[in-house]
Ligand binder design. Structure first.
Ligand code: HEM
Ligand SMILES: N[C@@H](CC(=O)c1ccccc1NC=O)C(=O)O
Length: 284
């Protein structure tokens, strides 16, 4: 056999004529996608491309998370817990990817960032409508935040819709109510535009599910999936906080907040407090 010189020979079947067929770049709209990284620093700072790509990839993954979470919410509505669990499992993997991805941005030193930070003006992740949509569908609703999107009616409209609709947790609890669990009427009739708050009457419901896991395996699994989802969300928030801490210290944020202190307070927020509270009761 002739030595191919560390080169893989192409096979005869490999398609090379795309004049009349869809190819990779066409399918993925790569022309557009790869022309969307537009640094604003002058002269262009080497590290701004990292900063943009870290954010754009995050937004793409968040887009998929929202797609999956909307579908999971619909699945609970349709009494289809199998599909809901499948969707949430995927979301958990995306969260892990997003949390791990912080290590790439952490290679940006404070000096490098300070060299192009001023060019970002008042733009900030706080204005990410997809991130806010994620918080809303998971239960951390806050009508006041809609004002940030006044200049972007399409995003504001999507957020208003999510604000008015049941969250993933609302649909899970309604599903439990349909199965005969003692979900208080006030929970089912709650003001959906408000953030979820701890409801003690739900703890015994979850205790019943945990203590009858053998008979209620899917429900037990769903509870644990939701806990994973919240834990993973907190891990992302924490990595963001630590990255901000090491990059800008205690400077105020470009979005106008106090910065690290403001982000620290997000770590006190919780989506499914009763699923954490039940842990204190288990085995006692
Ligand atoms: C060196 C990089 C980063 C720094 C220094 C930074 C800094 C900050 C600061 C100070 C805030 C508070 C709001 C403000 O006043 O601006 C904030 C909020 C936020 N950032 Fe970043 N950030 C960084 C990277 C990222 C990345 C990669 C994302 C991914 C999408 C992101 C998403 C967000 C979100 C969603 C918020 C709102 C959080 C909340 O409401 O609790 N940030 N960021
Ligand atoms: N808030 C950041 C700026 C920042 O990180 C940022 C700027 C524009 C678009 C996204 C950003 N990411 C997260 O807040 C800062 O205060 O430096």
């Amino acid at each position: 056999m002739t030595d191919p010189g560390n080169t893989r020979p192409l096979e005869d079947g490999i398609v090379t004529d795309f004049s009349k067929k869809m190819n990779y770049g066409g399918y993925l709209a790569l022309d557009e996608l790869l022309s969307l990284q537009r640094p604003v620093s002058v002269p262009e700072h080497h590290d701004e491309l990292l900063f943009i790509i870290q954010h754009q990839t995050s937004e793409l993954w968040i887009k998929l998370m929202l797609h999956e979470l909307r579908s999971a919410r619909q699945a609970f509505r349709d009494d289809d817990i199998g599909t809901a669990l499948k969707r949430i499992a995927r979301v958990k993997h995306i969260q892990e990817t997003l949390t791990k991805q912080w290590s790439v941005l952490a290679t940006l030193t404070p000096t490098e960032y300070s060299e192009f930070r001023d060019f970002l003006a008042n733009s900030s992740g706080f204005q990410s409508f997809q991130y806010r949509a994620l918080e809303f569908i998971l239960g951390n609703k806050n009508a006041k935040i809609l004002s940030v999107f006044a200049s972007d009616p399409v995003s504001q409209g999507i957020l208003q819709e999510l604000l008015d609709e049941p969250t993933l947790y609302d649909e899970f609890l309604r599903y439990l109510a349909r199965l005969g669990f003692a979900i208080p009427q006030e929970v089912l009739d709650r003001d959906l535009t408000k953030a979820w708050t701890f409801t003690a009457e739900l703890v015994p419901v979850f205790r019943e599910i945990y203590e009858s896991a053998g008979d209620n395996w899917r429900l037990y699994e769903a509870c644990e999936e939701l806990v994973d989802l919240e834990d993973n969300f907190q891990f992302w928030r924490f990595r963001h906080l630590r990255t901000v801490r090491r990059t800008i210290g205690f400077k105020t944020g470009t979005g106008g907040s106090s910065g690290v202190d403001f982000l620290q307070r997000a770590l006190d927020l919780t989506f499914f407090p009763e699923l954490y509270a039940v842990r204190t009761e288990i085995g006692t």
